[in-house]
Design a protein around this ligand. Structure first.
Ligand code: NDP
Ligand code: HSE
Length: 437
């Protein structure tokens, strides 16, 4: 059989990386796929821009629709990003009977339900391994490797840019803005980097992971989202003193009354492997009832690492070109008619432990007042730490770690604390996950 024609919409960081990996490892890839894979056309915005890959033999166009519908293309690889033109391109490719590979988590998280329905009806595959955790084959691991399990929960460092910044903060290196600029220079950040630092990108990825882990529809709008932009260096330091590292985690957990979906900065005990995942590296911890915990680690962003996942998807698609569409691995791991309608819980119903930092006037009885507030809200305190010189009337930080409780209890306690005369300003609250059970 002749080569499989591939069209790539977008030749930026990931697109160029994909061409490079396909070229560099062509022989190995052909031996795996059973056919040569040839990039025949690619779409870019600027035809004059120099590319980080060899584009000789690739027909360049500024019209991604041409890539989506070209008769020479069997597999369309969408690497432009965004939800506008990218959605049109993917739907046009499906309508033209092409298989699709995409790295676009925003697209899958927000429009995946309609995309997969269209793909199912057209008998084509839409593969999206590179959309979550860069080069880590986490989609395949959950969808196929853990198919015998009832997944109980998963927790992951799933944004490389945020982890790159948090690692620098913990090491006391560079300002937030400088480190973010470096992540952008290295090609890790999204076109709009607020998606990284405000947690939106991690929420896109968590939406996808939760869907394939629990067999539920994609529900991005129900994820609780908090990024790292407001995290204070002082909390990174106090957390460290208490034996914790702060990581930006995406957490999806099965509870008796529904599913928790939340992304936020999280204190993790330093002794956990995942607490030691630094820089652009990602890791996803998955807990299944049969296997227990599995940890999946690797580069979460960057040209070659992400290209590794793009090419793996292309190989999968090529291997399946001649198979019966009804016998392929379902897009969202569970058969399309078998997705469960489990409720997504509001964040105030979620259960976790908390790190609380309070600025309090150093007066006799203040500590007793603070602990009484927690007792009244039915929250047990695990650790309490008072910092400072001990001078009377000075404003000093009090740091507390609580035991697990329901978030609405903490909200109630914080409201009461902030109304006390001896408490100054806002109370800082961060969530703590022990990731042990
Ligand atoms: P880049 O901005 O580097 O590349 C985007 C490419 O798409 C560019 O080549 C651009 O053309 C082209 N493009 C954009 N819009 C159009 C359009 N309307 N018509 C034609 N071409 C267009 O992005 P990345 O490579 O970093 O990211 C691509 C996708 O991969 C995104 O969905 C991202 O979220 C995802 N991703 C990125 C990772 C990373 O590490 N960077 C990791 C995992 C996923 P031109 O070059 O001419 O401007
Ligand atoms: N901006 C993303 C990140 C790219 O930093 O993780 C990989 O999805």
């Amino acid at each position: 059989m002749g080569p499989v024609g591939v069209g790539i919409a977008g030749l930026g960081v990931v697109g160029s990386g994909t061409v490079n990996v396909l070229t560099r490892n062509a022989d190995e890839i052909t031996r795996r796929a059973g056919r040569d894979i040839r990039v025949v056309t690619a779409a870019v915005r600027d035809l004059e821009r120099e590319r980080d890959c060899d584009v000789s033999g690739i027909e360049l166009t500024t019209d991604p629709m041409k890539v989506a519908t070209s008769p020479d293309v069997e597999v369309v690889v969408e690497l432009m990003g965004g939800e506008g033109v990218a959605l049109e391109v993917v739907m046009a490719a499906i309508a033209a009977g092409k298989h699709v590979v995409t790295a676009n988590k925003a697209l899958i998280a927000s429009h995946g339900n309609e995309i997969f329905k269209a793909a199912q009806d057209a008998g084509v595959t839409v593969a999206f391994e590179p959309a979550v955790a860069g080069g880590i084959p986490i989609i395949k691991a959950i969808r196929e490797g853990l198919a015998g399990n009832r997944v109980e929960w998963l927790a992951g460092i799933i944004n490389g840019t945020s982890n790159f910044i948090l690692t620098a903060m913990a090491d006391g290196e560079g300002t937030f803005d400088d480190v973010l600029a470096e992540a952008q220079r290295l090609g890790y950040a999204e076109a709009d980097p607020t998606f990284d630092v405000e947690g939106v990108d991690a929420a896109h990825k968590l939406t996808i992971l939760a869907s394939i882990a629990f067999g539920i529809p994609l529900q991005f709008d129900k994820v609780y989202i908090e990024g790292i932009s407001k995290l204070a260096g002082v909390d990174v330091d106090y957390a460290s003193e208490l034996g914790f590292t702060i990581k930006h985690l995406g957490i999806a957990a099965r509870r008796d009354n529904g599913i928790e979906l939340r992304v936020h900065p999280t204190l993790i005990p330093k002794r956990r492997l995942i607490a030691n995942v630094d820089g652009v590296m990602n890791a996803v911890l998955v807990c299944g009832d049969a296997v227990g915990q599995t940890l999946h680690y690797g580069a979460g962003a960057g040209a070659d690492a992400t290209a590794s996942a793009v090419v793996a998807d292309i190989v999968d698609v090529v291997r399946a070109l001649t198979t019966d569409p009804d016998n392929r691995v379902p897009h969202l791991a569970f058969q399309p008619g078998k997705l469960a309608d489990l409720p997504i819980l509001d964040v105030n119903e979620s259960r976790t432990a908390y790190y609380i930092r309070i600025a309090a006037v150093n007066r006799p009885g203040v500590l007793a007042e603070v602990t009484r507030v927690f007792g009244d809200s039915n929250i047990s305190i695990e650790t309490i730490l008072q910092k400072g010189s001990g001078k009377s009337e000075e404003v000093l930080p009090i740091i507390l770690l609580t035991q697990r409780t329901i978030e609405k209890n903490i909200d109630q306690a914080i409201e009461k604390l902030e109304s006390l005369d001896d408490i100054v300003g806002s109370v800082v609250r961060l969530r703590v996950e022990h990731l042990s059970e």
